[in-house]
Write a protein that binds this ligand. Structure first.
Ligand code: GLC
Ligand code: CA
Length: 550
């Protein structure tokens, strides 16, 4: 039986390598996560999403899986996992796993035995082109066609060369995946976050002479909905779980197909329109500021577009995005706390399931790396070489772009305290700490009742069990204002007015017709005091005010 518990869930996303090290090797692990379960619970989170913890050569930090049934030894053992699951459940925390089934590692048994001829049936678990490969470009740089000498053919890889794409057309492959999913669900996990699930279906045959962009052919490919309906019917429907699909390049209409109330596929999807508004001259590596008018247009469209037909994921960041406060707010010392709180309220008072990416709840900023040696992420390093070696971008400029956009911005160790290695480990960590760890850490923020951390707890407590947050309508106000993001939620005669200033300057907010501020009650804010003059006020930088009525 399926219930909709996930509509009231608050998800805390963990990047295990960077969360908490328990054995002094500089790498976060499962035992470390167990030590921090009470902390996660204390935030008001109800679900943990674990980024991949499976056996992997770590070309893409675990998104290249070599054994779906094994835990990476650096992270722990299966006993550790069972213990984590048990301990989480005892605290009322559910656990969802990353499901990476668009591709495997080239070290996976299927690829190894399929290409060596040891088990030829496995060869057809991947996608081969015997003639010359197409001209598609891999999303991590270079060609998307990798040559395998043993087979004498090219295999498709949307990501790194060592991440061959799986052939979902093969029913035997699909059955293996369903069996594996059932195995984890039977262990008692509470669902899956499905990695790039919108990419699993490829056109057959792969078209020739298309140009380098594979997106139009592989995003929402021809059979994707057939496969997901089958997956639901064969596996998911048997459990009371949550499923969230990562769907780059998706529209509202497509989202309704993947996660429509009656679509029989997933519960919700991650869309990336609001995080991609900074794309510009250097593609996704551009460090432009987000245009607030566009941001409002996008979030308003998703809030109203999925209303009663699907369900939104509320997130500013994840392990693939720079830090929310640095990207959408301002991480200068004078504005970091203010803007992190403003962002928290702005997003989490909307309709949908909140996702907190580890460290966001203390307002962790980007680490501000300054040299290529500090980077670990394959995508960032490949992009550096693509741009710099070809002379398109000069070295220093590229380092500046990466400091704003790299995925490693989100992957530095969690900042627990101001002692050695920020309390993350007793040994130098696998990736450098961000510069801010002495000032920005959990211990510090626990002590300070005006901290971002306390504010996250307040907002999540405010949401909890509040039907207006779950069911209320969403109405965007002053859509064209370049600095203010304001909206009203309404449910059964009760209203909530959220006013957020996204500027580092003073700006004026005037309530539109139909709203008389004097009648409303102030619920939450991030500054003490405010002069209401006329039917509005002067908003200080990154100001937040939340009012209720009725
Ligand atoms: C997803 C993951 C990302 C990974 C990619 C390939 O986008 O979030 O971290 O590199 O898929 O698996
Ligand atoms: Ca460790």
């Amino acid at each position: 039986m399926q219930t909709e518990w996930w509509k009231d869930a608050v998800v805390y996303q963990i990047y295990p390598r960077s969360f908490q090290d328990s054995n002094g090797d500089g790498i976060g692990d499962l035992r470390g996560i167990i030590q921090r379960l009470d902390y996660i619970r204390s935030l008001g989170a109800t679900v943990i999403w674990l980024c991949p913890i499976y056996a992997s050569p770590l070309i893409d930090n675990g998104y290249d899986i070599s054994d779906y049934y094994a835990i990476h030894p650096e992270l722990g053992t299966m006993e550790d996992f069972d213990c984590l699951l048990r301990q989480a459940h005892q605290r009322g925390l559910r656990v969802i796993m990353d499901l990476v089934v668009n591709h495997t590692s080239d070290q996976h048994r299927w690829f190894q035995e399929g290409t060596s001829g040891q088990n030829p049936a496995y060869r057809d678990y991947y996608i081969w082109e015997t003639e010359k490969p197409n001209r598609w470009g891999s999303w991590f740089g270079g060609s998307a066609g990798g040559y395998n000498t043993q087979v004498g053919a090219h295999y498709l890889h949307i990501f790194a060369k060592k991440q061959p794409d799986l052939n979902w057309q093969n029913p035997a492959l699909r059955d293996e995946i369903y069996r594996m999913m059932s195995w984890w669900l039977n262990k008692g996990i509470d669902g899956f976050r499905m990695d790039v699930i919108s990419l699993i279906s490829k056109p057959d045959p792969i078209p020739r002479d298309t140009g380098s962009d594979l997106s139009p052919y592989c995003i929402n490919g021809p059979q994707v909905h057939t496969y997901l309906k089958e997956m639901r019917q064969k596996v998911l429907a048997k459990y009371d779980i949550m499923t969230v699909g990562e769907c780059p390049g998706i529209t509202v209409q497509e989202a309704q197909k993947y996660a429509g109330t009656d679509s029989g596929e997933l519960n919700m999807v991650f869309q990336f329109e609001h995080t991609s508004l900074t794309d510009g001259k250097y593609g996704k590596w551009s460090a432009d500021r987000t245009d607030l008018v566009k941001l409002k247009e996008v979030l308003n469209r998703w809030q109203n577009g999925l209303r009663e037909t699907s369900w939104n994921c509320l997130f500013w960041g994840n392990h693939d995005q720079p830090r929310a406060v640095s990207k959408f707010g301002c991480d200068l010392p004078e504005y970091r706390v203010l803007s992190a709180k403003m962002l928290c309220a702005c997003l989490y008072l909307m309709q949908g399931t909140p996702y907190i990416y580890q460290g966001e709840e203390i307002g962790m900023p980007n680490p501000h790396f300054t040299s290529l040696e500090q980077y670990r992420d394959i995508e960032s390093i490949c992009a550096y070489h693509d741009f710099v070696d070809s002379g398109v971008v000069e070295k220093r400029m590229m380092l500046t772009l990466l400091a704003h956009t790299s995925r490693d911005n989100a992957r530095t160790p969690m900042q627990w305290n101001s002692r050695f290695c920020a309390g993350f480990s007793s040994a130098p960590p696998w990736i450098s700490l961000g510069y801010s760890w002495r000032a920005v850490n959990v211990e510090q923020e626990e002590k300070d009742e005006n901290s971002v951390l306390h504010f996250y707890r307040d907002i999540l407590a405010f949401r909890k069990g509040n039907p207006l947050i779950r069911y209320g309508t969403f109405e965007l106000l002053c859509a064209d204002d370049p600095h203010i993001f304001a909206y009203v939620r309404t449910y059964q005669g009760k209203r909530l007015l959220v006013i957020c200033c996204f500027a580092s300057e003073f700006t004026r907010f005037d309530a539109p017709e139909g709203i008389t501020l004097d009648d409303w009650t102030l619920e939450l804010s991030n500054y003490d005091g405010c002069f209401v003059i006329g039917n509005g006020f002067t908003a200080r930088p990154y100001k937040l005010r939340v009012y209720s009525l009725g």
